[in-house]
Design a protein around this ligand. Structure first.
Ligand code: NDP
Ligand code: 2IT
Length: 448
């Protein structure tokens, strides 16, 4: 049997209850055959088996008390997937859907994404099945403190550096950092990224994932004689990534007509008013349907039975920026029939394998998550650099570095795709470029 298939079959047996992890592994491994054929040493050194087995995974109890003194117990996780390139690095997700499969898929993706940034960071991910929705600030703080009471022993600025993801933003990072500092009695600023600007955070980190997605898009479109200006854009989600993707898309002259949250989507034919979205989401922590109550002419459509009505709106570009598997084959067909020419994955694994293949078949340009959303973690690494230097760069300095990093990532994806005659398949290009770097680092460090 083919080496990649052999490894996939064994993964399926070992991880049969982890569908998202298997999906992520399959998506990567299925594109690596031409590389494996060229490099027999990869099989001899069991690189695929080693890359798909985390270096370490911890799961722990997080007990906390709500405002009515009721006790709750959640499960916390940290997976340190691969440390060959640098300290483990990756976000924390607080969402009720979090389980071992989700954390492992995210950690696995992170290894390759971090390699593509060109910066010295290994791959990790963590989080909890805690649901931050409807919780008071005090409850969030107590949860974060309890979470850090265990996490602290596994992290460190040269060991493992967590950051935000779904449900974890500047507020949560602040509480986590405070508790870490208290436990350690040391100001190790680089132990967490996404910090507030007053205590070691980096300018442009908040904007970085969304802006980076658009920098990647710009390069991908340019390479294919297209341009963002004047295009109609759909952006799912209305969190950190979606908001700053929208901001940069608008700066580039695109018309963003729809955004969403987990309940439904809004359509505004005149173009989304981002200040209203920021007020609802960043300030009030409210629901997206309130947009339609505040902006005349805007229409709200509720999700029904897991459907995502946002993907049934006519547009040129779709930017899924909410969560995994938010575009399935049916939705991909709708997008293509409505004229979508390019898809940029701001979220991690937002497109199912069937949907990816459909887009590629139809000639839709697909900017894959591990390349296109790497701007967030890249800027986290820039935050670590600034913390080590005890210095901070201006917004423009960080933004310029981010732009260069995203341009380099696109170039690397394109180069790998060309080298293996894959045309505009940047999905395979990203996997191959990242795999090449991680493989070389692992081989150089021997069998560990
Ligand atoms: P936020 O928590 O800020 O926002 C998440 C958004 O997605 C919200 O609008 C949320 O809606 C929606 N959403 C979350 N889960 C679901 C779900 N199960 N079904 C439908 N909608 C959902 O997170 P981020 O913006 O930080 O993250 C968004 C995506 O981007 C994630 O896939 C994350 O892994 C990825 N990412 C984030 C980076 C970062 O720097 N933050 C970097 C790279 C990737 P609601 O409020 O209703 O839950
Ligand atoms: O998925 C991701 O890349 C993130 N959530 C950001 C991770 C980080 O360490 O900044």
């Amino acid at each position: 049997m083919e080496y990649t298939n052999e490894v996939l079959e064994s993964l399926k047996k070992k991880n049969s209850n982890e569908p998202e992890f298997l999906q992520a592994a399959n998506e990567v491994l299925s594109t690596l055959k031409p590389v494996i054929d060229r490099h027999p040493e990869y099989k001899e050194n069991a690189l695929l088996e080693r890359m798909t087995e985390p270096e370490r995974l911890v799961s722990f109890r997080v007990s906390w008390m709500d405002d009515n003194r009721k006790v709750h117990v959640n499960r916390g996780y940290r997976v340190q997937f691969n440390g060959a390139i640098g300290p483990y690095k990756g976000g924390l997700r607080f969402h009720p859907s979090v389980n071992q499969s989700i954390i492992k898929f995210l950690g696995f993706e992170q290894v390759f994404k971090n390699a593509l940034t060109g910066l010295p960071i290994g791959g990790a991910k963590g989080g909890s099945d805690f649901d931050p929705k409807g919780k008071s600030d005090a409850e969030i703080m107590r949860f974060c403190q309890s979470f850090m009471n265990e996490l602290y022993r596994h992290i460190g600025q040269d060991v493992d550096v967590p950051a935000g993801d779904i449900g974890v933003g500047a507020r949560e990072i602040g509480y986590l950092f405070g508790q870490y500092r208290k436990i350690r009695n040391a100001y190790e600023a680089g132990v967490l990224t996404g910090k507030g600007l007053e205590y070691g955070g980096s300018l442009a980190r908040k904007e970085a994932t969304g802006y980076g997605l658009l920098y990647f898009m710009r390069e991908m479109l340019k390479a294919n004689n297209m341009d963002i200006s004047g295009k109609t854009v759909l952006i799912s989600g209305s969190g950190n990534v979606a908001i700053y993707a929208c901001e940069k898309a608008q700066q580039y002259g695109a018309k963003v007509v729809a955004m969403s949250d987990s309940n439904g989507c809004i359509y505004d034919a005149n173009g989304i008013k981002l200040d209203v979205i920021k007020q609802i989401k960043e300030v009030e922590r409210g629901r997206i349907k309130e947009y339609a109550e505040r902006v005349s002419g805007a229409v709200y459509t509720e999700n029904v039975n897991g459907s995502h009505p946002i993907w049934n709106i006519k547009a040129d570009i779709a930017l899924p920026c909410a969560t995994q598997n938010e575009i399935n084959l049916e939705e991909a067909k709708l997008l293509v029939s409505n004229g979508v020419k390019a898809v940029g994955e701001g979220a991690n694994m937002p497109t199912t394998v069937e949907a990816i293949n459909y887009f590629l078949e139809k000639g839709v340009l697909l900017a894959p998550a591990k390349a296109a959303n790497a701007g967030g973690v890249a800027t986290s690494a820039l935050e670590m650099s600034q913390n080590s230097m005890r210095y901070s760069w201006t917004f423009e300095e960080v933004d310029e570095k981010l732009d260069k990093i995203m341009t380099n990532i696109f170039d690397a994806c394109q180069k790998a795709a060309k080298e293996y005659n894959l045309g505009t398949n940047y999905v395979a290009g990203a996997n191959i470029a990242a795999f090449d770097k991680v493989s070389k680092a692992m081989l150089a460090q021997g069998l560990i």
